[in-house]
Design a protein around this ligand. Structure first.
Ligand SMILES: [Zn+2]
Length: 67
């Protein structure tokens, strides 16, 4: 079961919830202040790999036009 992390916009409390088969339903609630104003955050797992960088500074014109 996928675990989604949420952050409360009220008390900045970060908590994780187990989403059921219906992840579309945003019924997340802050266990601290019972606020519904929470935002889903993307869990960033540190895999320790640098392969597949989407935003990498690619040299536009550097390898072309060799003199
Ligand atoms: Zn809260």
């Amino acid at each position: 079961m996928p675990i989604y992390e949420y952050i409360c916009l009220k008390c900045d409390n970060k908590f994780a919830l187990l989403q059921s088969l219906y992840p579309a339903e945003n019924n997340a609630e802050c266990p601290k202040c019972s606020s519904r104003k929470v935002k889903k955050v993307i869990s960033t797992f540190s895999l320790g790999t640098d392969s597949g960088n989407s935003a990498s500074p690619m040299p536009a014109s550097g390898f072309s036009g060799g003199g």
